[in-house]
Design a protein around this ligand. Structure first.
Ligand code: TXA
Ligand code: MG
Length: 343
C-alpha cells in the first residue's frame, strides 16, 4: 500500500464490538495494513499496525497529520509494552500502578521493529499505553502486536468519543470503526516523559496529576512549551482540538448570540440571552465534565453559534486536562501560511 493509494476512498464499515466475529475482522484488517478506529476508555483511536510503515503512512494521510508528530503505541498488556522500551524505576512503578489505564509513558525505545521509525517520527523514544477499555484489549489481543493510534479525528479537529464522531470525520478514509459505545473518560491519556530523572508532564489527561504525584511520592514538572520547535514534545502546538466557533474562556458574562458552556449549575449574567446552554456536569463532577467535554464542543459547534462563552471550571484533578483542552480550543488559529501541527 502506498501513501498515494491510501488516499483513495475506502468503504468504511461499522463493526459492533460486542460481536467476537467483528473484533476478529477488525484484527484481520489491521494485519492486512488497514486502518481501524476502535474505542478506548479515553477517546476513540485510529489504529494501524505499528510495525508496518505503509500502514502508518496511510494513517497519517487519512488524518491529514504531519509525519513528524509521533504516535502512541498501544498493547494489550504491560508485559508487551515493556518489551518495546526501557523502563527505569519511575516507569516501572507507574506502569504497575496505573496500567491498564489512561496513562502514556514516554520511555527510551528498545523494541527492534515493533514500532516502526515513521510511527516514532524518528525519535529515540516511544510513547506506550495499555488501554483499559475491554474492546480495545480484545482487539489488541486478537491482533497480537502493537497498534499505533492517534485520536480518530481529522487532524486539528475535536477528538471523538463515539463511533458516530469518528464516522463524521473519517468515513470514506478508513476501513472500519469498531463501535463500543461512548468513551467513558472522554479526554486523552495523560502523557508523562519518564526518560529523565524528573518525570515531565507532557500532556495532562485522563489520569490526574495528583494521582501520579502520590504514587511517585514526588512532584512532577509540567513541560512548559507547546512550541513545535521543542524537541521533547513534538506536535504540541497551542491550537488543537479546535471547534469552528470561537471560545471565550473564564467568561464572567454571556454576550448576545453566544452559546454558554458551563459547570455545576453556574449561570453567569446574560445566560438568558444565550443561543444555547450546556452544563458539563450540573452536579459539579469533573469526571462527568471530562466525559462530556468533546461531545459538548461538537454539539455547540453544530448549532452554528459564532462564539462559545466558557464559564470558569475548578483547576484540580481532571480539571487540569479540561482546562488544557479548552485553552487549545480557544487558541488563535494558525494563518494558512503557517500550517498547524495538530495531534
Ligand atoms: O488517549 C490517548 O492518548 C489517545 C488514545 C487513542 O489512546 N491517543 C492520542 O493520540 O491522544 P494522539 O496522537 O492524538 O496524541 C499523542 C501525543 C502527541 O501530541 C504526540 O506528539 C505525543 O503524544 N507523543 C507520542 N510519542 C511521543 C514521544 N516519543 N515523545 C513525546 N511525545 C510523544
Ligand atoms: Mg489527537
Amino acid at each position: 500500500m502506498t501513501t498515494a493509494a491510501s488516499l483513495l476512498p475506502r468503504d468504511t464499515r461499522l463493526l459492533p464490538a460486542n460481536r467476537p466475529a467483528a473484533v476478529a475482522e477488525a484484527a484481520r484488517l489491521l494485519a492486512g495494513g488497514g486502518l481501524v478506529a476502535f474505542p478506548t476508555e479515553t477517546v476513540y483511536g485510529l489504529g494501524a499496525d505499528a510495525a508496518n510503515p505503509a500502514a502508518v503512512a496511510a494513517l497519517y494521510a487519512a488524518k491529514g497529520r504531519p509525519a513528524f508528530n509521533p504516535l502512541i503505541a498501544h498493547t494489550s498488556d504491560a508485559a508487551a509494552a515493556r518489551r518495546l522500551g526501557t523502563f527505569n524505576r519511575a516507569a516501572t512503578l507507574l506502569a504497575e500502578r496505573f496500567w491498564p489505564g489512561p496513562l502514556t509513558l514516554v520511555v527510551p525505545y528498545g523494541g527492534g521493529n515493533g514500532v516502526c521509525e515513521l510511527a516514532r517520527a524518528g525519535l529515540g523514544t516511544v510513547g506506550l499505553r495499555v488501554p483499559s477499555h475491554p474492546d480495545a484489549t480484545a482487539l489488541l489481543k486478537a491482533f497480537g502486536g502493537a497498534v499505533v493510534a492517534p485520536s480518530a479525528n481529522r487532524s486539528g479537529h475535536v477528538s471523538p468519543t463515539s463511533a458516530a464522531h469518528v464516522m463524521t470525520d473519517l468515513s470514506g478514509r478508513i476501513d472500519a470503526v469498531l463501535d463500543g459505545g461512548p468513551s467513558p473518560v472522554g479526554v486523552e491519556s495523560t502523557i508523562l516523559d519518564v526518560t529523565g530523572e524528573i518525570p515531565l508532564l507532557l500532556r495532562p489527561g485522563g489520569l490526574a496529576r495528583e494521582d501520579i504525584e502520590a504514587a511517585l511520592g514526588q512532584a512532577i514538572a509540567r513541560a512548559g512549551s507547546h512550541d513545535a520547535a521543542a524537541p521533547i514534545a513534538p506536535g504540541r502546538l497551542a491550537s488543537h482540538y479546535a471547534p469552528r466557533a470561537l471560545l471565550r474562556l473564564d467568561a464572567q458574562q454571556v454576550e448576545a448570540g453566544e452559546a454558554l458552556l458551563t459547570f455545576a449549575g453556574a449561570r453567569p449574567p446574560g445566560t438568558e440571552h444565550a443561543a444555547a446552554v450546556l452544563d458539563l456536569s450540573p452536579s459539579g463532577s469533573l469526571t462527568e465534565a471530562a466525559a462530556r467535554l468533546y461531545g459538548a464542543l461538537r454539539s455547540l459547534d453544530a448549532s452554528g453559534v459564532p462564539s462559545i462563552a466558557v464559564a470558569p471550571l475548578p483547576p484540580a484533578g481532571l480539571g487540569e486536562a479540561i482546562a488544557d483542552r479548552l485553552a487549545r480550543a480557544a487558541a488563535p488559529r494558525p494563518a494558512p501560511s503557517q500550517p498547524e501541527i495538530p495531534q
